[in-house]
Design a protein around this ligand. Sequence first.
Ligand code: FAD
Length: 457
Amino acid sequence: MLPALSCRLSNAKNEFVLTSLESWGRTIRSRCHLRRLRWVDEEWHTESSSCLAVGERRSYGDVCLPREKGTALDCRSLDRILHFDPEAMVLTCEAGLRFSALLDFLVPRGFFPPVVPGTKGITVGGAVANDIHGKNHHKDGSFGNHVLSLTLRHHGRTIETSPQTNPHLFRATIGGLGLTGLIQDVTFRLRRIPSSWLLQEHIPFSSLETFLDLDRSSSEEWPYTVSWIDWASRSPKLFGRGVFIRGRETADIPSTRARFERAPTNVGTIPFRPPLRCLSEIGLSLYNSLTLHTRLSSKENGLVHFDPFFFPLDHIENWNLLYGPKGFFQYQAVFPEAKASSALEKLEKVLFDAPIRSFLTVLKRFGSKNPTGYLSFPRAGITVALDFPNIPPHTLDLMERIDQIVLESGGALYPAKDARMSPSLFRHSFPNHSLFREHIDPLFASRFSDRIGLTSP
Ligand SMILES: Cc1cc2nc3c(=O)[nH]c(=O)nc-3n(C[C@H](O)[C@H](O)[C@H](O)COP(=O)(O)OP(=O)(O)OC[C@H]3O[C@@H](n4cnc5c(N)ncnc54)[C@H](O)[C@@H]3O)c2cc1C
């Protein structure tokens, strides 16, 4: 859970506090009211003229921050599982349910969420509102592709939405950044799993070209793929090498292992807020060399529990604090299929010449399944996620240069990770923004929606 920076209790039940909220990247804060919703049909009134439903605030930028003096409707107590049908492989839950709790419920029963992101610390409402993607996007699409229906508080009324009932509102709410209202509950399809184990392979690559070859040859046979690339080294020999990671579920497990073993608990936590940035470029190149070495050692190939496979970053709970008080930016873009190769080459060159380095860079293919949401981010092509420490003015300058590559390729930026894209880049990224606008509930707004012009303060 992200801590509130300061708070003044304004009622005895601790249901409404004035506070300063931040998100995962810690570059933006909003001073606002925080109302913890206790039950789904609670007659909440807002303490201000604008509000925003929020989950775990694992978004990196400002999609999960209400306006200054607005109200954050904290949905995390709305976390009941309402219906589970193992035959139909369908589950209905309230939107504040955390993925970690969902996994605790599903895995021992032989089921899994249809899509999981790189952390299990998010809520189902957050998964819908950002239409999240995972390592299986090339096969299964994004979370919204598996949602069957939603109950939404919209314009003060409770409304059912699905592809059949209020279909436009349904499409606006999936990937809708919380702007169509408060999602109360979500019904979605599950996948069956033979065990809590996967078979994984780590394959080294030395260049973008070899990454693309590996990706093409793996997409059909391997349901889960992702790559880590070293775009941090200053040495031309090391820059651009990486590891292609692929995995598939397996029932073939040794008798010493339980079929549905529980996930290991977190190994560490940063016990305080470091006053300085703890990650340096030297530390980073050591880390990357070590990671490459470890990932290529034989013990990384073979059987792996789903938890370290899908959620490697969760093993240090609040690693975002290592970037220090100025925080960090994640820049996640997608380059469409036809332009992906040339865009990645341009990006590689810009990054090699840049004064600062991306501390963690991930590449992943998106498949061609049509997303459900008007503002869904995934589309066929290659997505890249870069983590930059916030070093003014270099970080913002560098990201502006990368914006040009995204624009030229007809690509898009991911709002869940964004803290600075311009209104025009948003409009280029999401050509359906006008269709979406019609479904905004005017009571709801975020710092992001004001910044990119979907709403006005
Ligand atoms: C380490 C890490 C790895 C990640 N990996 C991935 C990844 O692989 N793929 C990916 O797609 N994303 C990834 N993310 C991003 C994350 O999955 C999304 O930002 C997700 O939306 C966060 O969910 P949350 O519960 O924290 O929601 P918040 O961040 O609190 O909110 C996100 C949005 O959802 C809206 N919202 C939340 N609850 C409701 C509700 N009940 N009703 C209406 N709107 C609501 C908010 O208004 C906001 O617009 C990662 C994040 C981290 C920190």
